[in-house]
Design a protein around this ligand. Sequence first.
Ligand code: ADP
Length: 450
Amino acid sequence: MTRRPIELLGLVTLGAAWGLFEGSPGLTFAGAACGAVVWSAWDAVRAARLLTWLNNFDLSSSPRLNGLWLEMYDRSRKVFKKLEKQRLSSDIRLSNFLAAIQASPNGVVLLDDSGRIEWVNLTAANQLGVDPQRDIGQYVQNLVRSPVFSAYLANADFSAEIQINGVRASATHPSRISIQIHPYGSSRKLMLTRDVTAVELAEAMRKDFVANVSHEIRTPLTVLSGFVETLQTLPIQEPERNVYLGLMSQQALRMQSLVSDLLTLSRLEGSPAPGQGEWLDCQDLLAQALQEAKGLSQAISHPPHDIRSIEGPSFLVAGARSELLSALSNLLSNAVRYTPDGGVICAGWRLKDGSAEFFVEDSGPGIAAEHLPRLTERFYRVDRSRSRETGGTGLGLAIVKHVVQRHGGQLEIQSTLGKGSCFSILLPSSRVRSENTDVATVAATDLSAV
Ligand code: ADP
């Protein structure tokens, strides 16, 4: 600070001294004035250097300055450095914040006050078919072409969410996206999107399931209450009465099987997978299931079916006995129930690349290809009346599929209309071992030698 007056004084004195030296008072004054002008010009040059530096704002360069200007430069530089540090840390915080929103499983879109996209995360971009770079600045209603969404924006009532079809939705691959807008700031908007396809499907399945169960129970109940009313109100002879009671018992049994299958399904869904379970003799399981099937065939088929046990290797399979037995029995009872009287049914075990395969082949009516993918759905029936007549609940194959999946296996169905069907259960090699191998050496078992 003290340098400036000294510099000025020095130059003025130098100019005045020159005037004095020349011997004229006028020149003394002019010399002093010249000294002041030179100092001002020099000062202006230093101010210009500082201004240029401020304009360029390049922290790596430093202008040639001294005195007050150097001090101003130093102070400005310190302030700039502090601001730069703050900017960098806000940038890092902003990018961390955006990375966190980016990682969110839900979609986030920031809209400006005219509804133009300011920022969109990848989830929302995929769900809405928006390009997260190219479409910045575009009006959102021009990109999300759904009448429901347009009406939502137009009504400006954002108290509830709406649902639209996802961009990749098709008849075979439904996709539903929920959108809710939350206004914030002056008139900006935060738009949240969520893929609700699975929730919607689960809800639709739940409704279907409840409707199906109610229907399945209502039918026998109606029949039962009809007979009860008849027996209560009409004078009925003994033989007729016995017929009615027989029919009533049939309907009661039907409800009983339905409830029992529903409980089985719910138990399978609600309990953890059975782990390794116990080691079961596959031929034992087959013999038990065949015995039940033969009993059923004798009861409902005249003449009974020709049920053959196909000879195969004897080995052990790991799993829950009751579950595996119920799966085998379900497949065999289906073969018995859908194969015409006296038809041929073959069942057995075989080994396939180390996996165990249980198969049931029948000479029944076969199943058209379009039904095959839906057979394991609950209550899906191809031949509804045959299913009912033979006491079917429409849940048998759903139970089989669950049991097989819980054991890490697969249910395979092959069928040709008019020729017959082959249902097989494939259990993974980890669940198979030869009879004489102890559990510890299962992994080393050479299954081809079984
Ligand atoms: P259901 O109790 O009605 O038999 P399932 O789930 O066991 O129910 O079977 C579903 C449907 O698959 C049956 O209604 C039937 O139409 C068809 N189905 C199952 N097994 C056979 C088979 N062996 N031959 C022909 N159709 C079959």
